[in-house]
Design a protein around this ligand. Structure first.
Ligand SMILES: Nc1ncnc2c1ncn2[C@@H]1O[C@H](COP(=O)(O)OP(=O)(O)O)[C@@H](O)[C@H]1O
Ligand SMILES: [Mg+2]
Length: 360
């Protein structure tokens, strides 16, 4: 197990920003994920850690070793590429063995290690199959075995599930997590899929346009997004713009631009959000934190009466898109026994004060 440190790392391509000022400290054995939309700099950052790109600025440390300009084959990282980069005409065994042969290990040693790696990814007995005779999921596991067989200090995975269909993606996600826990290997995982990032990671780094937005546990990122981008990229959120109208004890009252008053707690503000009378803020509320209000609650704080625009039943929840005056609202009521309301019906929502979050 080894720690990985990026010290103010930047990479430019002919003067254009790849990534800027990435500063992270990944713990030994941690599952750390780079998350963001296409083009935000995830692969660039991963490639610098693997040694395929050198930074324009900054320093990369593996434990006590400065590896900033160390060539890839001297870093002992195992990498899985998005397209797997397997040799299609070679067998499973030959593909997995490749890295060991390059390292000039003995035949007996190679046999032993490849057999173990095949077991690890549940491909025992597949050694003689050619890659082009395998399914996408099996190919993905060969790529994983090939990365692991060299016993790397760090496992690097660049969108390893993106070529799989939805069901297989979920299975393989659990499989990768199991392997990582079993081996205790420091793992850096790249994805644009927030559900993948949330379910697998110890910590997530959210990126946009080459700039780090937030680093935190899935819990932090979900419940305490630092800005509007993070709030909207991770899960669904109601994002309402407004102005601070009143501050009273622990409470903050924001008048949205559609003239609805929302109360929240001053403690639930992102570090970038300055709460002061008259300041403009964005209010973020998760749809699943909203519940249906009882008739007796009407007129109370954070009880929003409106009309249904759209409703859907998903099996686990009833989801609403509704309007409170001109304020759009998304709500998700989870659990059995929800009475479904349809288009144009009246509905009242209760927004719990403690689930109101202020960003920017
Ligand atoms: N080899 C390269 N040459 C020039 N620009 C590049 C190169 N690799 C990446 N970039 C640019 O750097 C930015 C980040 O790209 P990348 O790291 O591949 O994003 P992601 O993996 O998050 O989709 C993009 O604007 C991309 O066009
Ligand atoms: Mg990429």
């Amino acid at each position: 197990m080894i720690e990985v440190k990026l010290d103010k790392v930047s990479k430019q391509f002919n003067g254009a920003r790849g990534v800027e000022n990435v500063d992270i400290h990944i713990q030994p054995g941690e599952f750390f994920t780079f998350l963001g939309p296409s083009g935000c700099g995830k692969t660039t950052t991963l490639r610098m850690i693997a040694g395929f790109y050198y930074p324009t600025e900054g320093r990369i440390m593996f434990g006590e070793n400065n590896v900033t300009y160390t060539p890839p084959n001297k870093r002992n990282t195992g990498m899985v590429f998005q397209n797997y980069a397997l040799f299609p005409h070679m067998t499973v065994f030959e593909n997995i063995a490749f890295g060991l042969q390059v390292r000039k290990q003995s035949k007996a040693e190679i046999m032993d290690k490849v057999t173990r790696a095949q077991k690890l990814v549940h491909l025992d007995g597949y050694g003689d199959r050619r890659i082009d005779q395998l399914s996408g999921g099996q190919q993905q596991r060969v790529a994983l075995a090939r990365a692991l067989v060299i016993e790397p200090n760090i496992l690097l995975l660049d969108e390893p599930l993106s070529n799989l269909d939805a069901k297989l993606r979920e299975e393989t996600r659990l499989e990768i997590k199991r392997l990582q826990l079993e081996l205790g290997i420091t793992t850096i995982y790249v994805t644009h899929d927030q559900a993948e990032a949330m379910s697998m990671s110890d910590r997530i780094m959210v990126m946009k346009d080459g700039i780090v937005q937030q680093i935190g546990t899935p819990h932090d990122i979900y419940n305490r997004p630092v800005n509007r981008f993070v709030a909207s990229f991770i899960g669904e959120s109601n994002l309402w713009e407004g102005t601070v109208e009143r501050m009273e004890g622990d409470s903050v009252y924001v008048r949205t631009s559609s003239d609805v008053l929302i109360a929240g707690l001053a403690a639930n503000a992102s570090p970038e959000c300055r709460l002061a009378l008259g300041s403009k803020v964005t209010v973020s509320v998760r749809p699943e934190s909203i519940r249906e209000a009882a008739a007796s609650e009407r007129g109370l704080e954070n009880i929003l009466a409106g009309k249904v625009l759209m409703s859907e039943f998903t099996g686990v929840s009833v989801n609403y898109v509704a309007q409170v005056g001109t304020l759009p609202i998304k709500a998700m009521f989870i659990g059995p026994g929800q009475r479904m309301r349809h288009r144009d019906e009246d509905i009242a929502f209760a927004v719990p004060k403690e689930s109101v979050y202020f960003v920017e």
